[in-house]
Design a protein around this ligand. Structure first.
Ligand code: CAA
Length: 259
């Protein structure tokens, strides 16, 4: 155990994949531990505001699925491995609070896919993204043929998937793979500040925003707009919305209770 380290302060949970000697590559054990930690966050949501995912060390966020472990897998074992990866990334994506990836180095293969399962991605200047599976005679197995196209568009996504090329942080930003790029030694503090900013907003509203966007994107625009109308109206039943609007008119900072 201890392949994933979690610390939670003031509603901001930092999850660190901790296998620095292997560039934080995802073994079945890492994925299983990640699944347990995500489930434990999901079971105790009352005070949770933001989750941040990062990798241990200065070189890698996650350099992919563990190639040594995959090298001897049968097709049936590979199917189970892929299913495990999909389940874990799906659970991460389904957390009701915003999940931020702080990409502190290589985010390749399963590592890039992990970042794609996060709502917001910030990168260090030394970050490198890519889906190099074709170099191994494989394709992405944790959602890279699906989430990448949805995030950056099918043509840009297929370019990365069929060439296997790595892109640096600046190109990643221009592609829409990350929102912003920070000096490596500032990444954690800059992401912490962003997380604190989100944590200071109306917590029910932040969750409603994430859920409404995600549900809406699954269907036609008219359905999404109807979901938004209902969620918007429901927020008027929360004391946070009353407090937020009262604080504005009274020219003071709101004090949100999360209800
Ligand atoms: N799996 C297993 N071990 C890995 C790994 C991976 N994905 N990536 C790095 N490592 C290990 C290396 O084997 C090495 O271990 P040893 O010291 O025991 O030899 C250690 O991490 C350091 O790596 P390098 O010496 O290679 O470091 P580098 O700076 O020269 O290169 C790198 C860094 C460019 C990330 C290079 O390690 C690399 O190309 N890694 C593989 C990246 C990759 O192909 N990822 C996709 C995996 S497939 C996948 O993810 C499928 C999927 O979608 C589910």
């Amino acid at each position: 155990m201890d392949l994933v380290k979690v610390t939670c302060t003031d509603g901001i949970a930092w999850m660190e994949i901790h296998r620095p000697k292997a560039m934080n590559a995802l073994t079945q054990a890492v994925l299983t531990e990640l699944e347990v930690e995500i489930a434990s966050l999901a079971a105790d949501l009352a005070d949770l505001r933001v989750v941040v995912l990062t990798g241990a060390g200065e070189k890698a966020f996650v350099a992919g699925a563990d190639i040594r472990e995959m090298a001897t897998m049968t097709p049936a074992e590979a199917a189970a491995f892929s299913a495990l990866g999909h389940r874990v990334l799906g659970a991460l994506e389904a957390l009701p609070v915003p999940v931020i990836a702080a990409v502190n180095g290589f985010a390749l293969g399963g590592g890039c896919e992990l970042a794609l399962a996060c709502d917001l991605v910030y990168a260090a200047e030394n970050a490198r993204f890519g889906q190099p599976e074709v170099k191994l005679g494989l394709i992405p197995g944790f959602g890279g043929t699906q989430r990448l196209a949805r995030r950056i568009g099918p043509m840009r996504a297929l370019d990365l998937v069929v060439t296997g090329r790595m892109v640096g942080a600046a190109e990643a930003r221009s592609l829409g793979l990350c929102l912003d790029v920070f000096p490596a030694d500032e990444l954690k503090s800059r992401v912490q500040t962003i997380a604190e900013g989100i944590a200071a907003m109306g917590p029910v509203a932040v969750r409603a925003a994430k859920a409404t966007q995600a549900r809406g994107l699954d269907g036609p625009l008219a359905t999404g707009n109807a979901l938004e109308r209902d969620a918007f109206a429901l927020l008027f039943a929360t004391s946070d919305a009353r407090e937020g609007m009262a604080a504005f008119t009274e020219k003071r900072d709101p004090v949100f209770q999360g209800r």
